[in-house]
Design a protein. Structure first.
Length: 732
């Protein structure tokens, strides 16, 4: 007993020793450089559809020639709206806006003095709703600080300005100050009212952007400055699309794009070599969204500095996404601060942009692949989930009511397709071509049926061992090689949604926990003589996976690490120490969980701050005596799970699988007696998987997903074994 505890503690201690970070800290420090400008251009409604046709135009081609391009996830702390996007860009963390947050003003003649008691100068631009913006974000889990970017720049003496608007007649939409403002909602210079527009009777709402005025304002600005320019012509045009003849709309669309391109060309020609331009879209037009282009285009231009480290690259990335060609909108504010060599505050979760490695057509190919997966993913996953529920219900009904041996045998075999599908979905991205939605579903079904028939030839223990091994070995292989398949898998994670960009998602986290337990328990069942060997080798496998889940450079899934720790510990006790008392079991579980949690925190705290996960940041704050992020983390997890239990189709899989499993493993059930009599270790493994599914549900946000993908590795084997028993009973 003592040797076992010493061994476990030693392994967990070794697991807690951090690896040296592979990336440097890109959060700039020191004094800002004097006399350089950063112009942030936001084009409301712009998308990759328009960018693709403009790549050879004078302004855009010059921007791309010396710049880096990326697709930007527009996830916010609320819905996908323009104001939420601007707030997230300006705060460096997921944020939300307010109902009146876009009604911003010039000078002191508006309602800003009435709301704040502050009298701004005539040349200032102000945000009257600054209090409501601060209140709304303070009530959100991420606690964004409106005006934080502008405040950091103000404190270091860097000038700020905002120009342009997206006004639609009497509807005021002036969002640029949300990025440039300080904590009081003030930007020292700007022009965002009607004076920045020209009369244009043939244009939507009778106006267009006064590009010469904005160019002149930027040219006259001296010293270091951060300038936000909002170009609203394209957005105004799309607001009128349904009221216009298609030919007229297309004509104005091309005219608007050419005027914008000319503005970019003229702007670049008047910049010095140390200046930079950041061009982006805060929200795409509906046409682009309907076609799946939900990543916003973003371009970083700096004549002498954009492509440092990789001159042939056209792509950008960041430590937020760790995915070539993709960044998050909360990366913009840290990028601005880093450009001026300022320290990025802890309140900002985003990280500065970095040079990627994609060249030429590879970037555009990546954008297309992301788009295709995004479009097809809901239908394919919903089809898989529906298939699981129907098949599980059919199997249980067949067990009780079907008396035809061939029919039962058919149902028994096809239940294996449920466990084969995660394996096949992870392999799909390895194909050099896209199959489309129906082609993918057909291939999954066809290959699944063929593999089910082939593998069902094996006796039950080696068959289940092979099913378990095939899933977790493939996940481990892919993860250790950069997780390229998982990033593009339908059961992986979506950079457009932006809930996760790297590591292992909850879908495959559940698959791993379930398949590891199934494979080890089936191996013990198949080769009882191996039990002694597995008693020492299984803990190594378990520690490997706990480390994989926990380490920020690999799985980066804290909830997965905790769930795996609980599940694997229960397995060890249940299989190899069945004579332990309840007190010993309780003490053992507590100690292992505590040591695992400590190891997780150590690994996340001591790594480079730029590599820290949300768990690492929460742990760092906890060590400083700040419980805020921990409480927000728990709140987020609870809210997300309650929401998913109501609306997610995965909850149906979990509930059906749980009911089936409980029916067959219940102590007083005769079916449990059959299972325990014929395959006692598989029965024990199923019980462990059930507890693991429950722990995954409790310890993870989106835990219902992990619970559903893990519990099937208990429900399907239980059904398969009992259907086999039923078939033999009919034969006898």
């Amino acid at each position: 007993m003592k040797k076992l505890w010493i061994t476990i503690i030693a392994f967990l201690f070794l697991m807690s020793i951090p690896f040296e970070g592979l990336t440097e800290n890109h959060h700039g420090q020191g004094n800002h450089q004097q006399g350089k400008k950063l112009i942030l251009i936001t084009v409301d409604g712009f998308s990759f559809l328009e960018l693709q046709q403009m790549t050879e135009w004078p302004g855009m081609s010059e921007l791309l020639k010396s710049g880096l391009i990326g697709g930007m996830s527009l996830r916010t702390s609320g819905g996908k709206t323009e104001i939420n996007s601007y707030m997230t860009i300006g705060t460096g963390v997921l944020a939300v806006g307010s109902d009146s947050g876009m009604k911003n003003e010039e000078g002191s003649e508006g309602i800003y003095p009435q709301r704040t008691g502050i009298h701004p100068k005539t040349e200032e631009v102000v945000v009257p709703d600054i209090f409501r913006l601060s209140y709304n974000n303070g009530a959100k889990p991420y606690s964004a600080v409106p005006g934080l970017l502008g405040e950091q720049l103000k404190q270091k003496g860097i000038h700020r300005a905002a120009f342009g608007n997206a006004d639609r007649g009497e509807e005021i939409i002036r969002l640029a100050p949300l990025i440039s403002m300080d904590l009081e909602g003030r930007t020292p210079e700007g022009q965002i009212g009607k004076g920045v527009l020209l009369s244009a009777p043939t244009r939507p709402f009778g106006v267009k952007t006064n590009y010469p005025l904005i160019l002149e304002k930027i040219r006259q600005m001296e010293g270091s400055a951060f300038i936000v320019v909002e170009l609203g012509d394209f957005d105004r045009l799309f607001q009128w699309k349904n009221e216009m003849e298609p030919g007229r709309f297309e004509q104005l669309k091309q005219k608007s794009l050419k005027e914008m391109d000319q503005f970019i060309f003229q702007l670049l020609s008047q910049l010095s070599k140390q200046d930079a331009v950041l061009f982006l879209s805060p929200l795409m037009n509906k046409d682009a969204q309907n076609r799946g282009y939900e990543l916003a285009p973003v371009i970083w231009y700096q004549q002498n500095g954009a492509k440092i480290g990789n001159p042939s690259s056209v792509s950008m990335t960041s430590l937020t996404t760790k995915r070539d060609g993709v960044i998050a909108s909360m990366d913009i504010a840290p990028t601005v601060l880093t450009f001026f060599s300022l320290t990025v505050p802890e309140n900002m979760v985003g990280t500065p942009l970095m040079t990627g490695h994609l060249t030429g057509g590879k970037f555009w190919g990546e954008i297309e692949r992301i788009k295709e997966v995004y479009i097809q993913r809901p239908d394919i996953l919903y089809s898989y989930v529906t298939y699981q529920v129907i098949l599980l219900v059919t199997a249980i009904l067949a067990f009780f009511f079907m008396k035809n041996r061939d029919g039962l045998s058919f149902v028994k075999k096809i239940t294996l397709t449920i466990l084969l599908t995660p394996f096949m979905m992870l392999l799909l991205p390895a194909l050099p071509f896209s199959l489309g939605k129906w082609g993918t579903l057909f291939l999954l079904l066809l290959v699944g049926l063929i593999l089910s028939w082939l593998i069902s030839i094996l006796p039950i223990p080696p068959m289940l061992a092979l099913l378990g091994l095939s899933n977790w070995v493939l996940v481990l292989y892919d993860g250790w090689n950069g997780a390229d398949w998982m990033k593009r898998s339908f059961m992986g994670y979506d950079p457009i949604i932006g809930a996760r960009y790297y590591g292992i998602g909850n879908e495959y986290m559940g698959v791993v926990i379930g398949s590891v337990i199934l494979s080890v328990s089936a191996l013990v069942e198949w080769k009882p003589k191996w039990k002694k060997w597995l008693r020492y080798s299984a803990p190594l496998l378990f520690l490997l996976w706990i480390f994989y889940f926990a380490y920020p450079g690999l799985g980066t899934n804290a909830g997965g690490a905790l769930s795996a720790t609980v599940t694997f510990t229960i397995f060890m006790i249940f299989f190899f120490f069945p004579n332990w008392s309840k007190k010993q079991i309780g003490v053992g579980l507590f100690m292992i969980f505590a040591i695992g949690l400590l190891s997780l925190l150590v690994m996340n705290v001591v790594v480079d701050p730029s590599e820290q996960t949300h768990i690492g940041r929460a742990a760092s704050n906890l060590l400083k005596g700040d419980w805020t992020e921990i409480s927000q983390l728990i709140k987020r997890k609870v809210e997300m799970n309650l929401k998913l239990l109501r609306v997610s189709s995965w909850s149906k899989v979990f509930i059906v699988s749980l009911l089936i499993s409980l029916l067959f493993v219940c102590r007083k059930s005769r079916f449990m007696e059959w299972l325990n009599q014929d395959y006692p270790f598989i029965w024990k493994g199923s019980v462990v998987i059930l507890t693991g599914a429950v722990s995954a549900l409790i310890l993870n946000d989106s835990g219902i997903v992990a619970a559903a993908t893990s519990i099937i590795f208990a429900a399907v084997p239980i059904l398969y074994v009992n259907l086999e028993r039923r078939i033999k009973g009919l034969h006898e």
